[in-house]
Design a protein around this ligand. Structure first.
Ligand SMILES: C[S@@+](CC[C@H](N)C(=O)[O-])C[C@H]1O[C@@H](n2cnc3c(N)ncnc32)[C@H](O)[C@@H]1O
Length: 364
């Protein structure tokens, strides 16, 4: 149930989401501002900026990341915070005004609906024949109204935009068969195929169907190059929501995965990479190297591969990071007796157990 009060108590999963957001922005801001004179942060469902216990809401987190960043951001950073409820919008404005904001950063707290205002922004950019500045959009509703798939897709046609979406699975699933809501679901998914989910009785199968349909829409219809999903589990170990992250940028994907692996430090909250839900992986303090080895072997057993391509496979197609595979998987495989891999081509000065760019490996 979404709260009716202006502010509400922060929940554990919100803390985890905020940590991911914070960590990602720490990486995103210096990268994007290093090559673009202007970047945009859109918080489409901004909230009041503060929780009952004084914890910061997402707009304040984003602003502070930019203001206090050690990399000293020089480009213009424009923040757009959209909040539909007037009391929350008022509190948000007060919260933002307590910060001392440098002259290269601008903010706009808008009282209104995400879909209407983002549409206006995109219309304006289109009419002016301008290009949208590199944008990070955080789409974090309580429920599933007013997050049209067509709008997400339109935003992501701007190839340097990225999106983090809270997909409220529990609620989406609960009302799927409701006779009054088909139009809303058509808008949410941007297609009518969700209706096939109503007939699925097994809860796991239905979850996979709904998750995979949204994933398919983001990748095939919106043509977002890299999409990953993360499942947030509540105390009863049931799915609360999925986070879908979409980017067209390989570096962005790497940084989001880094943020996710670090978010584990919060403890007390479980979340998994569910991009391939049949091979979902719970984030833990120490990666499951045996699982990573198995995924690598499944793909490359008996084949030759350049270490650079192997790394791309790991970053794009598995939940693991580019920092996970050399010392903890390839090295033991090379040094084991008998060896489980062979170096076909060494580059320059690479010693046994090291795998610089250009190294060609054969998995035996
Ligand atoms: C989950 S809360 C956002 C929390 C915030 N992103 C954070 O992490 O601190 C969702 C917010 O969206 C607002 N909201 C609901 N419908 C909206 C809409 N169509 N457009 C913009 N805001 C909306 C709600 O009033 C609520 O404050």
């Amino acid at each position: 149930m979404s709260p009716r009060t202006t502010c509400w108590d922060i929940e554990k999963h919100t803390r985890a989401k905020h940590l991911i957001l914070r960590r990602y922005l720490q990486a995103w801001l210096p990268i994007m501002t290093s090559w673009s004179g202007r970047v945009l942060y859109i918080d489409g469902f901004a909230g009041p900026g503060i929780y009952n216990g004084g914890e910061e809401g997402s707009p304040i987190i984003a602003l502070k990341e930019a203001i206090l960043h050690t990399a000293k951001i020089k480009s213009e950073v424009v923040f757009i915070f959209i909040e539909a409820e007037s009391d929350r919008h008022q509190v948000l404005k007060q919260q933002v005004e307590t910060l001392s904001i440098p002259s290269n950063m601008k903010f706009n707290c808008i009282h209104g609906r995400f879909d209407e205002h983002l549409t206006q922004v995109l219309d304006y950019v289109g009419e002016q024949k301008k290009t949208l500045a590199p944008t990070f959009a955080f789409v974090d509703p309580f429920g599933f109204s007013h997050t049209p798939f067509s709008l997400i897709s339109r935003l992501m046609q701007n190839r340097s935009c990225e999106v983090l979406i809270t997909f409220m699975y529990e609620e989406i699933n609960r009302f799927l068969a409701h006779p009054d809501l088909p139009d809303r679901y058509d808008v949410l998914f941007g297609c009518t195929e969700w209706r096939d989910g109503i007939k699925i009785s097994g809860s796991q199968e239905r979850k996979q169907f709904i998750h995979d349909l949204y994933m398919k829409q983001l990748t095939a219809t919106a043509r977002i190059k890299h999409v990953r999903s993360f499942e947030m589990l509540n105390d009863g170990n049931r799915t609360d929501y999925f986070l879908f992250f979409g980017t067209n940028n390989y570096e962005g994907l790497k940084q989001m995965k880094s943020a996710l692996w670090k978010a584990d430090e919060l403890g007390g909250f479980q979340f998994s990479d569910t991009t391939d839900i049949t091979q979902s992986l719970l984030f833990q303090a120490v990666p499951d190297y045996a699982d990573l080895k198995q995924r690598i072997c499944q793909k490359f057993q008996g084949r030759q591969v350049r270490v650079d391509d192997l790394e791309k496979f790991i970053v794009i197609e598995t939940p693991y990071r580019e920092t996970h595979y050399k010392a903890n998987v390839l090295r033991p495989m090379e040094l084991s007796s008998p060896p489980e891999l062979e170096i076909i081509h060494r580059t320059g000065q690479n010693r046994r157990g090291t795998f610089p760019s250009g190294t060609m490996i054969k998995f035996l």
